[in-house]
Write a protein that binds this ligand. Sequence first.
Ligand code: URA
Length: 433
Amino acid sequence: MRMVDLIENKKRGQALTNEEIDWMISGYVQGDIPDYQMSAMLMAICFQGMTEEETVHLTIAMRDSGDKVDLSAIPGIKVDKHSTGGVGDKTTLIVAPIVAACGGRVAKMSGRGLGHTGGTIDKLESIPGFQTALNRDEFFRVVKTAGLAVIGQTGNMVPADKKLYALRDVTATVDCIPLIASSIMSKKLAAGSDAILLDVKTGSGAFMKTPEQAEKLAELMVKIGHMAGRRTEAVITNMDIPLGHAVGNALEVREAIQVLRGEGPADLGEVCRTLASRMLVLGGCAEEENAREKVETAVQSGAALRALASMVREQGGDSSVITEPERLKIAPVAHELRSEQTGYLAHMDTEGIGLSSMLLGAGRSKKEDSLDYGAGIVLMKKTGEYVKEGEVLATLYTSDENKIPAACTRFLESLTYAPEELPPATLIYRLVK
Ligand code: URA
């Protein structure tokens, strides 16, 4: 086979065969196919698309390009969750303990934040002592003891995605539905859980800018999951507004604890209760009719908060922060950002809010950047609210006050005001089964 012929065929809109896909992925991972040819192929895929069959096969070839986790030594149905990424998205910190408290098992591998989006591993590392690099035996021990564990991706898992994602990032080929679906699902399948719940975000802070695009991605990923023999569902949720009030690592851990105490912002609580209910149904821990009630009981009884404390302790972290979240270190410079206008907040460009938080030190612009774990933003006003000139919109936290002016500018640029009240936005669009 010659890569140039495969590129030519894809350029003309032909489907790649399973053999061609296998040959291309293994050749690329081994270094036999150069980046310039793979770049041309990726761009051809962006323009010509892929059939469902091609996308499923690409996913399987990517999954099989490296190590896979066998979770069968952990009793029970293992349920995973994946968010396509957003701003203020601390749902894993809330949902995984709820599921564990209801008898589910969550053995989760998570990522770090990059650009405007946050990552669960960074949030957890804001807890003093918390270890995210566990070996297999330790990982399994924590899941068996606490019901849940969250670690960073280990070993040589899905090397095809590592190489392809890095290439897509610099060749403007990220926003292509078959490439996103195969990238996400290859990692989820390699991570070994029996059931997978996908939280597909849509809006200005998400990859998928419209609910229609999100729906296409969700349907494709659910189909891939089913064809690979996994129980899979997707919930399409709003990321046209940051989730909750807190953006930034330690600030988000604090807010997650509030929700697990039955407090915290209503939007975050509602999304988490929906995700947790679906995970319980997928994991066989609840029926459709009683899942929500089980979630409520896990929160109200304190069992979910105890599950989080147990995971933190078992992963080497200081679990006293779960009962005393004020012990989590927040950055010392606190700047109150005030509105320069009066009116209704009509829209918050959520990517802009995420970038503002990144500028404060809460995120990375490059993989190698170090984080200021206590940096970030606490929103006082969100889309739909009435604001008077001079009122506080948000408090910005950082350890370096020189970062405040650029972060304020980015934040204010992200806001649109309107003279009239607008209808409330949809929080949860659809469940895809
Ligand atoms: N997240 C991924 O893991 N891959 C993509 O392609 C996009 C988002």
